[in-house]
Design a protein around this ligand. Structure first.
Ligand code: NDP
Length: 337
């Protein structure tokens, strides 16, 4: 798809808050849009700034107030935060108080023992670097990106508490934590007086692990849930039904989605889901997002995009009536078939 030219001056859509519904994040004061935009792919140093700006503007114009980043998004690492810093400077900084900007640390970021996992040393210095790259004084949400089996949970959660008390973040969250470790982390944060705002696990039609226990833990503890990769990185769209397009994620050289991840069995289910979506006058991408949002405990679906039109399509879909019981049953049949 060609890059949409952006005009030099940005004036946001005055009706942006009528474009999408917001859900309360657990038992907190924060509400998040049903769809949030992640910058893991397509916002790196290798990508075209004009397309990144067009996507961020489209999102904000549709009422998407939440942009999700991490220290290592790119490629190269750090460059998505630099891109977002440029987008803020060129377009969005006047609206800083209307935005929820998140970042994370927990995966490998720089060499040596202090650039990975969950020590206080790593988390605090990584966030300082992220703030510099984005040109921000604080982020709204800072996450520990994945559990660290070797660092005491008290140290990692203590670092999150310190990060809030030192003014570097307003809220904290955990990502990729399984139910037991999530509950323990939430309880430590509660004792420290810095409640856990949100958990960020993966969840889609094809990966439903959070339904077993995590969702109940989060509901009981009053913690929000934003689910990443709800389209399985694009597999839950019709784009791979006839091969791997060169401009798709699986077609690009630096990516976590390999062509061999898209098996014949997966594509068979995708084609049945696609037909069902068509019967409902939805695209498969729209149906897949509506499906993750069918449960109130899911605060927001955290999507990625490579083009502004994809964001428009998803938001148009969430504004359609909810999936009926009959449709949900048909989906179950396809998934178990
Ligand atoms: P998705 O599952 O939403 O996949 C995004 C891809 O789906 C896009 O790049 C695009 O593929 C395709 N797509 C999106 N909308 C449409 C549409 N309307 N029609 C057709 N195709 C569409 O999510 P991601 O895997 O990108 O993850 C989203 C965010 O979640 C990340 O940016 C990040 O913020 C977060 N995340 C967090 C992780 C964690 O460990 N906490 C791990 C992974 C992600 P294409 O590029 O081929 O056009």
């Amino acid at each position: 798809m060609s890059v949409v030219p952006v005009s030099p001056v940005y004036t946001p859509n005055p009706d942006r808050y009528e474009g999408i519904e917001y859900r309360r994040c657990g038992r907190s004061g924060i509400q998040l849009p049903l769809v949030s935009l992640g910058l893991w792919h397509n916002f790196g140093g290798v990508d075209t700034l004009e397309n990144c700006r067009a996507m961020a503007r489209t999102a904000f114009d549709l009422g998407i107030t939440h942009f999700d980043l991490a220290n290592n998004y790119g490629p190269p690492y750090g460059s998505a935060e630099e891109t977002f810093g440029k987008i803020l400077t060129k377009d969005l900084r006047p609206y800083r108080d209307e935005l929820i900007i998140s970042s994370k640390a927990g995966y490998d970021m720089w060499p040596g023992p202090y650039g990975d996992w969950g020590s206080r040393k790593y988390l605090v210095s990584s966030l300082d670097q992220s703030l510099k790259r984005m040109g921000l004084e604080y982020v709204d949400i800072f996450y520990h990106h994945r559990p660290d089996p070797d660092t005491p949970l008290e140290e990692t959660m203590g670092a999150l508490d310190f990060i809030v008390r030192s003014g570097r973040a307003l809220y904290v969250g955990i990502s990729n934590y399984h139910p037991k470790e999530a509950r323990a982390a939430i309880q430590i944060l509660h004792q420290l007086g810095t409640p856990c705002l949100i958990s960020q696990p993966n969840y889609s039609l094809f990966d439903r692990w959070i339904e077993r226990e995590l969702i109940d833990v989060l509901a009981e503890e009053g913690v929000g849930c934003i689910v990443f990769s709800p389209l399985e990185q694009g597999i839950l769209t019709n784009k791979y039904l006839h091969g791997i397009p060169a401009d798709s994620r699986a077609g690009k050289p630096v990516t976590y989605l390999q062509p061999e991840d898209i098996t014949a069995g997966t594509l068979e289910k995708v084609s049945h889901l696609d037909l069902l979506a068509k019967e409902l006058n939805l695209s498969l991408a729209q149906m897949a997002i509506k499906w993750v949002l069918r449960q109130r405990v899911i605060t927001s679906a955290l999507i990625g995009a490579s083009h502004p039109a994809q964001i428009e399509e998803i938001v148009a879909g969430v504004n359609q009536p909810a999936l009926t019981k009959e449709t949900l049953e048909k989906i179950e049949n396809i998934l178990s078939g």
